[in-house]
Write a protein that binds this ligand. Structure first.
Ligand code: ADP
Ligand code: ZN
Ligand code: ZN
Length: 739
């Protein structure tokens, strides 16, 4: 007897609506398709509105609130088995709910683009080349004119099958396609050979120091546990990661390693490749769509043993997960700031819990959130308090800018120290968190300043490009020669950015290589590589840059770090600004003296007596963070309270504000304000106007997630269905990182 109850599939589609859509699985389809093809996690093609789109099955059911006859059928099945393993699938559902984001958009904005487009996963294994029968029959004298093509033929003749990866190390892709077009060679996919456990290590692991050993032993590989590995820069955290990964590999499990910054991948990847003989894949925004899909599939199949990636790699499917490591856990880049506003750090902990595996969060400057999680016993706090090897902690020196004049941002004392360091054949790192030549252009005659028309912001002078640029909306114009207001020619570039300080340093030290690292300089391919090569060569040089330079890199020969402006962090209105300043200064300082030579850190400031600065410098980040904690508790801010922000933007300020009044009214009708749950706003954002839009926010804070989360879900649904929601761009940001 055929089963007459219809099969209804709840499908997520790429749509901004916070709901799933019911489709009918036609009975012929159910009868003919493999059982696994109709399961949650499989892709299907459906008609949505007037378009045909790729959707993902979330649920199977026989209930629907719609009239059965009105349900549209599924058009086609794409996958014959679930694309996402059940545990990852659960993570997506959790994340969409927690971050109040439409599930369809959450899924489809993180899947590799080719899968979103409905393409089939490529075959698993290693892509290789071999001679075709035509190629095998090729005489020794043919292809004499094409030496490189001939060389590839000869290579394949001697070795049989050679991996694509190895061939393109010595030959260009063009050579391969020419040979393929002549039908002389053909691609094949070969199983990736398994690494036997005896030859897992390419290089012996180091004998651990006692504190490292204690940390390693404390990480239990049999079940979920979260460790905060709190170790100053150079204390040997990476070695603990490596040995923990080794354990996971010996259990035949995979390790997922997240890092904050794509520019860090080559260095980290090299350390892993030097240690292990296993397939490693990296996932970051610099990959082509095809490469990304390939890496994703290798992870899913369990072939890749170590998966290294930036934020979105948290959504990589793993066949046999064994360990998650998230380095520089305090880094803001783990929180996506638009669209699906998830925190990869917090999701990593949830994922580890769902997979029942250990997770290590590492940092020299842990966030107050993670420190608090240690305090309440949710994470274990593993501390590495000394530097590995001979390296010692740097010496700090405060330069008082109230008494010392600067040229191009550099005080005379600092300049002298730079000179000394270079004379000793050491390297210098100069830190200034402002790119461009100068942060403002003004008229000496009438006081006019160049401002962005679309933002509450001044235009930055980029001298080399002859342009004024807005760093918030990327508006650009030619640098004027005359004041547009009074026609005077006395326009001055006021203040300093990396470009100006770089030029000045190059003038002062004409024989020395000065390399700049910021978003402008690294647009040119190979800049980072040149910086690493120069730094590694050990020749005296000056590296100057923004926070891109502060993140995790190893500069063995840097013995002086100069922070040109420590003040911006002391006076920002964001409640995390002090925490961020402490992290940034400590991280920058950590670049110094990692080798055998002691390092110095010069900090230029107008606030030499600021108690927090002094605490940071004399007692270190740990004490500094401890001092910040009671302030957060007193002011009832995270990590002591949970926060969410409803944001609205519009090209009319009144509309954005009115929408948030509506949001507040809806929310208050559901849960009135109490001491346990409070509303603040609508308020203008710290930068009210940006890219032509006025930005407002409504803060909701609560002692309890259990109150906050359902409230947000209910408000989101009501807002979504409200007619005014189409007049503004609005979003919900749970655990916001910036206000
Ligand atoms: P972190 O990741 O905390 O910045 P690293 O793991 O990079 O620190 O270690 C800093 C340096 O000390 C590296 O050159 C590393 O090889 C070395 N190192 C770490 N642990 C040991 C150890 N147990 N024995 C010898 N050298 C070590
Ligand atoms: Zn003027
Ligand atoms: Zn602008």
């Amino acid at each position: 007897m055929a089963d007459l109850t219809p099969l209804i599939l709840r499908v997520a589609v790429p749509s901004p609506l916070r709901r799933l859509f019911d489709y009918l699985a036609p009975s012929e389809m159910v009868a003919n398709a493999p059982q696994a093809a109709l399961q949650p996690g499989c892709r299907v093609t459906v008609t949505f509105g007037r378009r045909e789109v790729t959707g993902l099955i979330i649920e199977r059911t026989d209930q629907t609130e719609f009239e059965l006859a009105k349900l549209k059928p599924i058009n086609a099945l794409i996958d014959s088995e679930p694309l996402l393993p059940p545990s990852l699938f659960k993570l997506f559902i959790w994340a969409a709910r927690y971050y109040q984001h439409p599930i369809g958009d959450a899924l489809f904005s993180t899947l590799p683009i080719l899968l979103r487009k409905g393409e089939l996963p490529p075959p698993q294994g290693q892509r290789c080349w071999q001679l075709s029968s035509l190629g095998k029959g090729l005489g020794p004298d043919s292809l004499k004119q094409a030496r490189k093509q001939r060389a590839v033929i000869d290579l394949l003749r001697t070795e049989g099958t050679v991996s694509d990866e190895r061939i393109v190390e010595s030959f260009s892709r063009a050579i391969l396609s020419q040979l393929e077009q002549k039908s002389l060679i053909e691609p094949i996919v070969r199983d990736i050979p398994k690494t036997p456990l005896e030859t897992l290590l390419k290089q012996d692991s180091l004998a651990l120091y006692p504190s490292q050993q204690q940390a390693l032993d404390a990480i239990d590989h049999h079940s979920f546990n979260c460790s905060l590995l709190d170790g100053i820069t150079g204390s040997g955290k990476t070695e603990v990661y490596l040995q923990s990964i080794e354990k996971a590999l010996r259990y035949e499990r995979q390790a997922l390693v997240l890092i904050p910054e794509i520019s860090l991948t080559p260095q980290t990847e090299k350390r892993f490749r030097d240690r292990f003989n296993v397939p490693i894949v990296t996932l970051h925004s610099g990959l082509s769509d095809k490469q990304r899909l390939q890496a994703w599939m290798l992870a899913r199949a369990g072939t890749a043993k170590i998966i290294l990636g930036t934020r979105s790699a948290i959504f990589t499917p793993l066949q046999a997960p064994g360990l998650i490591i998230l380095d520089e856990e305090h880094d803001q880049s783990y929180k996506q700031q638009e669209g699906f506003r998830y925190s990869a750090r917090d999701l990593a902990v949830i994922r580890a819990q769902q997979e029942n595996i250990p997770i290590i969060l590492g940092s020299a400057t842990p966030s107050l959130e993670s420190l608090n999680n240690c305090r309440v016993g949710r994470y274990q706090h593993l501390v590495l308090s000394t530097r590995a090897g001979n390296a010692v902690q740097p010496d700090w020196k405060i330069i008082d800018l109230k008494t010392e004049r600067t040229d191009s941002g550099i005080a005379a004392t600092t300049l002298a120290a730079i000179g000394d360091t270079l004379n000793n054949n050491h390297q210098v790192l100069v830190f200034l968190n402002r790119r461009g030549f100068a942060p403002a252009m003004l008229c000496h005659q009438c006081g006019w300043t160049a401002e962005c028309h679309s933002c509450d912001s001044r235009l930055t002078v980029h001298r080399a490009r002859g342009r004024l640029i807005c760093h918030h909306c990327d508006y650009q114009q030619r640098t004027p020669q005359q004041c547009p207001s009074c026609q005077s020619h006395q326009l001055v570039a006021a203040g300093e950015g990396t470009e100006r300080s770089e030029a000045y340093l190059q003038r002062c030290f004409p024989q020395t290589k000065v390399l700049r690292v910021d978003r402008d300089s690294t647009r040119k391919k190979g800049t980072m590589q040149e910086v690493f090569d120069t730094a590694d060569s050990g020749q005296p040089c000056i590296l100057i840059g923004t926070q891109m330079l502060a993140k995790g890199h190893h500069f063995e020969n840097v013995t002086l770090v100069a922070v040109l402006d420590a003040d911006s962090g002391l006076f920002s209105p964001d409640f995390r600004s002090h925490e961020r300043m402490g992290q940034l200064l400590t991280q920058v300082a950590g670049r110094s003296g990692r080798g055998d030579m002691p390092g110095r850190v010069f900090v230029q400031t107008h606030q030499p007596d600021h108690p927090l600065l002094e605490l940071l410098i004399t007692r270190g980040y740990g004490h500094f963070a401890e001092q910040l904690m009671p302030q957060r508790q007193l002011t009832q801010l995270p990590p002591f309270r949970h926060m969410a922000v409803i944001r609205a933007e519009s090209n009319r300020a009144d509309e954005a504000e009115a929408f948030l009044h509506l949001a507040r009214k809806i929310a208050q009708s559901l849960v009135p304000a109490t001491p346990q749950l409070s509303y603040l706003g609508p308020l203008p954002a710290i930068m009210e106007k940006r890219a032509g839009r006025f930005r407002y926010l409504l803060q909701v804070e609560s002692d309890q997630r259990a109150t906050l989360q359902p409230l947000l879900s209910a408000v989101a649904l009501e807002l979504e269905n409200h007619k005014d929601s189409r007049r503004v761009r609005w979003s919900i940001d749970v655990d916001p990182q910036e206000l």
